[in-house]
Design a protein around this ligand. Structure first.
Ligand code: B4P
Length: 345
């Protein structure tokens, strides 16, 4: 585990430490790695990745909370309250999964960097708030700054990472404690990033949508971020666009009668070039061929679907990824003609 004083020195070694920690956690049995294979699938101008991972069927089931009639019930639970599930992101941390700590000076928020305990891509890690914060809450400036400092540090170490945040009950999130995830992508980023890069913008500095996909999406092209940027400079660059995209997501959800009431659900995908926010209606899509429910998270909207059997793989291909994404997302913004918000002064 990295114990260093400054954020700069922490970031400088983090991406060299992660593979070492990953190997140690795997060897000690603190981390489970599931083999998978990638199937490429072309649709709507995108070469989607469908990752087939049958081994995930054997993933241990989450620990269920004791029932309120059990003697082991937590003293903080009142008799009529549903029992709370144990929080895997609460301290004490498993030493082999705990890569290091981050601290936001301005807000005094503390974070931990944890390896994903159940991963299918090596070196997948999470940025977790040390104190419990709900996964239904939007990312705030310190969260965004830490996430972008990590993406910048990855680039400095010659790694290409994508960050994602599953927000809200229908976003694909399974853990309620606030966490942003980081996964290594290819040189060009996740498949959806190609469409974002190719988008010709009439005006820079405004949110736009990828019109060739059939679901609502809100995207922002970021100005170039320097590896030498200080946290305050990063915040000035990344927070206003995120805020504008979030406003668009909320207005898309509010104007859509298909959306369930309650906290809005949406997916967030961050690269150094773009931010993508995708409003969600449902967490799962019922596959017509198998009748099974397929859970879709941010990576699905990044163009990286996950399936756990050959049958699911065949059903996804037959039904088409765009149909599945449209059914768990919302009607395309293009059709709804939601206006973009200018971020220019
Ligand atoms: P969530 O935001 O709550 O949900 P998720 O990523 O969709 O993962 P889920 O838990 O639903 O797993 P699934 O079988 O769908 O993220 C929670 C994260 O915390 C997960 O990464 C989880 O593994 C991790 N975690 C849980 N307990 C932990 C602990 N005690 N310590 C540390 N970490 C812990 O998917 C299995 C895995 O595959 C997930 O990691 C998922 O993110 C990843 N995945 C999904 N699609 C993928 C794709 N196309 N390519 C590569 N990886 C993919």
């Amino acid at each position: 585990r990295i114990v260093l004083l400054t954020i700069q020195s922490f970031l400088a070694v983090l991406f060299y430490q992660i593979p070492k920690s990953f190997d140690a956690a795997l060897a000690s049995g603190d981390l489970f790695f599931y083999n998978s294979e990638i199937h490429e699938h072309n649709e709507i101008d995108i070469t989607f990745e469908i990752r087939l991972c049958p081994a995930l069927q054997k993933k241990p089931k989450p620990v269920e909370p004791p029932s309120n009639t059990d003697s082991g019930v937590s003293p903080t639970n009142q008799p009529d309250e549903p029992a709370r599930k144990p929080d895997p992101f609460a301290p004490p941390y498993v030493p082999n999964l705990h890569v290091g700590d981050m601290h936001d000076e301005d807000s005094s928020t503390d974070y931990v960097v944890l390896l994903n305990k159940f991963c299918i891509v090596p070196n997948h890690f999470l940025l977790v708030t040390k104190e419990f914060r709900p996964q239904t809450s939007p990312l705030d400036p310190p969260d965004l700054v830490q996430a972008y400092l990590l993406l910048l540090a990855a680039r400095q170490a010659n790694k290409r990472y994508v960050a994602f945040y599953n927000c809200g009950p229908n976003s694909g999130a399974s853990q309620p404690h606030k966490h942003i995830q980081f996964i290594e992508g290819g040189e060009d980023g996740p498949p959806i990033e190609r469409l974002a890069k190719e988008a010709k913008l009439e005006v820079e500095g405004r949110p736009f949508s990828l019109n060739s996909v059939p679901y609502a999406n809100h995207v922002f092209r970021l100005p170039q971020l320097s590896n030498k940027s200080k946290p305050a400079d990063v915040e000035k660059i990344v927070f206003p666009p995120f805020h504008a995209l979030l406003d668009l997501v909320i207005s898309t959800v509010r104007h859509n009668p298909e959306c369930p009431l309650g906290a809005p659900s949406y997916n967030v995908i961050f690269t150094l070039e773009h931010m993508h926010l995708i409003p969600r209606k449902w967490e799962t899509h019922t596959l017509k061929e198998t009748g099974e429910k397929l859970s879709v998270n941010s990576l699905g909207f990044a163009g990286m679907m996950l399936v756990k059997s050959e049958e699911e793989l065949a059903a996804v291909k037959t039904e088409s990824i765009s149909t599945i994404l449209r059914s768990v997302g919302l009607e395309s913004v293009h059709e709804l003609q939601v206006a973009g918000t200018s971020l220019e002064a």
